[in-house]
Design a protein around this ligand. Structure first.
Ligand SMILES: Cc1ncc(COP(=O)(O)O)c(C=O)c1O
Length: 385
């Protein structure tokens, strides 16, 4: 009910505290199945200071617009491009939708089709439905990466583009992007890489010596990349990134916004009014941590993943779905749903989907949390549910 009279601030806050007491928090160590994390303190400070900035009306906040441009440039550089085009957006979903929209608008075919791996994130379901693009699903190979030959078989005159994934949501698998890039070039099609998760992991993991394929603009067929600072970038939600290789992709999704207080601009995002503070936080975090800072975050989380995978193997009845590629470890067991239910009862923030439970080693996850989790898992799986 809409309140007639207002309450004191402290009363409001107390009521909120009571209501949110049921929430799981990242610093409790109980959230093991999320790609979000406790935001870095610096990013929180930036948000607090710049909460009023609206990048939907950049004429008013010209300085913030410049900072967003610099953030896009830094992300582009990380992804192997001197100059890229795009925006800091609300997340991987918006970024993927924008890429599909650009491909569709440029292709100009009547019955557009997009070919994507079966492992693709559900954001593409939204993109397909909203944009009237038929999704053509390609098979996966035994190692859960996309079958490039199956993609080729599915190309038709209606194909507007191909999607590859660098860090799948379920298993952290990196598709054979070099092969997809060659294929895209052969057929004159644009390739979109969904690196919403992997974008802030793979460049650093490669620098640490992990063997991972090229996945970004260093490959000529790659025309757009989704990269999410609000995942491994440790920026508060919402902060996604869409980067295009060429300006024409952004132009293909730009609409005029004529009546803004700051003057007429062209918008290439789905949201109109949008948080400047988060874009500034993306910029601030990259400046603050730098390549070496993120590399250390990735070093710890990758190491933890390998240790955790080895510990899982010691539990009878528990098996790995595949050896970890990035900092995601997924496992199966008998009576998976019952095990999930029991783990949830014990307060763990995990979920079973596609036949396995996925643990994401985000920066807030520590070895002691995982030890506690392993104890619970062993206890539950040995109790013959
Ligand atoms: C590979 C991938 N793409 C896209 C998304 C969607 O991102 P968001 O939830 O930020 O919209 C996710 C989210 O987990 C993801 O894992």
């Amino acid at each position: 009910m809409f309140p007639n009279e207002g309450m004191e601030e402290e009363e409001v806050l107390n009521e909120l505290r009571k209501k949110t007491a049921l929430d799981l928090t990242f610093n409790s160590g109980k959230i093991l199945g999320s790609m979000c994390t406790y935001p870095h303190l610096l990013a929180r400070k930036v948000l607090w200071e710049y909460l009023d900035r609206n990048l939907g009306d950049p004429g008013l906040h010209v300085g913030s617009q410049t900072v967003e441009g610099e953030a896009v440039e830094m992300l582009s550089n990380l992804l192997g491009l001197d100059k890229g085009y795009g925006n800091i957006v609300s997340g991987g979903t918006e970024a993927n939708i924008l890429a599909v929209r650009a491909f569709r608008n440029l292709a100009g075919v009547e019955e557009p089709e997009l070919i994507l791996p079966k492992s693709a994130h559900f954001s593409f379901l939204k993109a397909g439905e909203m944009l009237g693009v038929k999704l053509v699903w390609a098979k996966l190979r035994k190692d859960y990466s996309v079958d490039v030959r199956d993609i080729e078989d599915k190309i038709t005159g209606n194909t507007i583009g191909i999607v590859g994934i660098a860090g799948t949501t379920g298993l952290g698998v990196v598709d054979d992007i070099p092969a997809l890039s060659d294929l895209a070039l052969d057929y004159g099609l644009p390739l979109h890489v969904d690196a919403a998760f992997g974008g802030f992991v793979i460049p650093f993991a490669k620098a640490l010596g992990y063997e991972l394929p090229e996945f970004d603009f260093r490959l000529k067929g790659v025309k757009s990349v989704t990269i999410d600072p609000h995942k491994m970038g440790m920026v508060p939600i919402p902060a996604g990134g869409i980067i295009f290789r060429e300006k024409r992709f952004v132009e293909a999704i730009s609409v005029p916004a004529p009546y803004l207080a700051g003057g007429k601009v062209w918008q290439a995002t789905i949201t109109g009014t949008r948080p400047g503070a988060n874009a500034l936080a993306v910029w601030a975090m990259m400046k603050h941590l730098g390549f070496s800072g993120y590399r250390e975050v990735v070093r710890r989380t990758m190491k933890l993943s390998r240790w955790f995978a080895d510990e899982l193997k010691k539990i009878p009845d528990v098996y790995l779905i595949r050896e970890p590629v990035l900092n995601i470890v997924s496992f199966g067991t008998r009576n998976l749903e019952k095990v999930e239910e029991e783990l949830k009862k014990r307060g763990w923030g995990i979920s079973a989907h596609r036949g396995y439970i996925r643990i994401v080693m985000m920066p807030h996850v520590r070895r002691e949390h995982l030890e506690e989790f392993l104890e619970d898992l062993e206890d539950i799986t040995s109790s013959r549910l």
